[in-house]
Design a protein around this ligand. Structure first.
Ligand code: GRF
Length: 196
């Protein structure tokens, strides 16, 4: 039976689209729901067009009460009976209370070669450090931010004249290759790191 995947997005959702588009044919998983904290996330409209269920839970009414925000997400997920969660540009930090029950079943994509550059502004930080290569990482989510066992990485060279935006654009192309490839393997039980 296909694994049921929930994909969490906050923005354009290009990684979510890459994942959904790959989950066809003999793929061992299917997208069951797309979840967002932002009704205006581009990814939500696209998912609805595809006929995929969506759940929007705005974090703002919860103020800083992350536990209550997360409990609301947890309750909304129950009917979907998910096997795997893929964070794909979900811009809310999830606390241990949410992460712990999903540990080993929740993936994230991060635009750096972890363990380098956890957090934000990864492209500018790679440039500032004078790195000759950069890339992206898919990892299992643990309560620590952008931590957890690495499931795959894709590398690109940093070119002379690169600025954060050019680097981000080239890394994003790799994200769209890496995340579907890792999810496909993960859903069939393969966790050895993939290098692209
Ligand atoms: C990606 O760069 C992802 O690595 C980061 O946020 C961005 C999301 O882009 N976590 P998109 O919404 O998938 O287009």
């Amino acid at each position: 039976m296909s694994k049921r995947v929930g994909i969490f997005v906050s923005g354009g959702g290009s990684n979510m689209r890459a994942l959904v588009s790959d989950m066809v044919g003999d793929h061992p998983a299917r997208a069951a729901v797309v979840v967002s904290n932002n009704e205006n996330a581009g990814g939500i409209a696209w998912a609805r067009e595809q006929g995929i269920a969506t759940e929007v839970i705005d974090h703002r009414p919860f103020d800083e009460d992350r536990a209550r925000f997360e409990d609301t997400i947890t309750a909304a997920l129950v009917p979907y009976d998910l096997d795997i969660i893929c964070l794909a540009g979900f811009m809310r930090v999830l606390t241990a209370g949410f992460v712990a029950p999903w540990q080993g079943r929740m993936l994230n994509i991060h635009p750096s070669l972890l363990p380098k550059y956890k957090g934000l502004n990864t492209h500018a930080r790679a440039l500032a450090a004078g790195d000759s290569e950069h890339g992206c990482t898919v990892h299992l989510v643990t309560p620590a931010l952008d931590d957890g066992p690495i499931l795959g990485q894709a590398r690109i060279p940093v070119n002379p004249g690169d600025i954060a935006e050019t680097l981000a654009a080239r890394v994003l192309v790799q994200e769209h290759r890496l995340y579907p490839a890792v999810l496909r393997r993960f859903a069939s039980g393969e966790t050895a790191p993939l290098t692209l």
